[in-house]
Design a protein around this ligand. Sequence first.
Ligand code: PLP
Length: 432
Amino acid sequence: YTPLAELDPEVKNIIDKETWRQFTGLELIASENLTSLAAMEANGSILTNKYSEGLPNARYYGGNEYIDELEILCRKRALEAFNLDPAKWGVNVQPYSGSTANFAALTALIQPQDRLMGLGLPDGGHLTHGYYTAKKKMTASSIYFQSFPYALNPGTDLIDYPGLAAQAKIFKPKLIICGASAYPRDWDYATLKKTAEKEGAWLMADIAHTSGLVAAQTLNNPFEYCDVVTTTTHKTLRGPRAGLIFFRKDIKDADLEKRVNDAVFPACQGGPHNNTIAAVATALLQAAQPSFRDYAKQVIANARALADTLVGHGYKLQTNGTDNHLVLWDLRPIGLTGSKVEKVCDLMGITINKNAVSGDASAQVPGGIRLGTSALTSRNMLESDVKVVGDFLHRAVQLALLLQKEAGSKMLKDFVRVATVQEDGKQGFAKV
Ligand code: PLP
């Protein structure tokens, strides 16, 4: 018996099924993780009942004495987790997610129609870094600002820093965004800072994917060079779904503190989700422990072991390996699309996602898949376990190849039948 089971067995049943899927499957989505029971307890708490528009000690509602205490604690822990001096850095812990954190940061730093540069989506950047297509301005970051994407060097698949500097000289952005959703290597923040300084642009790092690894000091430190750093809290940081915006407090006459706080509320958001802020505080407490450093190191060791296993089977990876938690697997040399492999893996209980790889002709038909080791490592997997997972993936890809070769055969039809049952009878493997 639970209150939910009694009141709403339909929703309870869906949660139970998803719980079973998460328990029995292998989670390799690079942007996901398994947050702690403690953080989930905070997230499911009575704090969800409270309105607290404004900031600690300056609210638009009464009854916020404990919420103030909570938000101040969460901010303190955020600065501690990233080893930041409170005299030099501040943080807003209210963003509902990474996307809203990013839009609030843009709102704080630049004016509507000002220019910004971010890594292009097909090269691993995120939608909120100015993405648009030839047909459409897709996201608020390209609708309300003028954006120009920088790219990878097609020879190395690493960020083309000289190309970015040359483009910035012409485009004259007011803001350069670094950080990505699908880039397996670390960032050269020092070089980016030089370019930003030269062009008089702000430098913002979106470390949504890697923030847990940054907090654990296993990757380069963006805080040494950037003016603003945003992150989600639910990827490598292993918290609940939310966002954070860190801002420098020591830039003369900039008042980033007021600009960021005003941009979050009232410009972009309403009342903070206090239950989530509590869960973020708990996750940040965990991230500041020495054991989290071991976790982060293991995430990277596991990603390397996965990469080595796949390379050992003869596959091509973007940049041939990884520095962080993710691996980008280029399926084009073996003639498969990411969608097909994603579907076969779904049927095997291995959750991955299709992803563009550098040089893809169309972002709509991505030629690769993205894998991440954060969630597997949260389940205490080590390199030897991850090697077995790599072997499973090899078998999945071989199966996908066989099915593709047998297109039209009975075997494929049977497979499609199984796939369509799982997909409400609407879509089958052949149409992917
Ligand atoms: N920034 C980056 C680099 C991301 O990868 C993501 C999500 O995957 C986001 C921002 C957006 O986060 P959210 O989905 O919480 O809005």
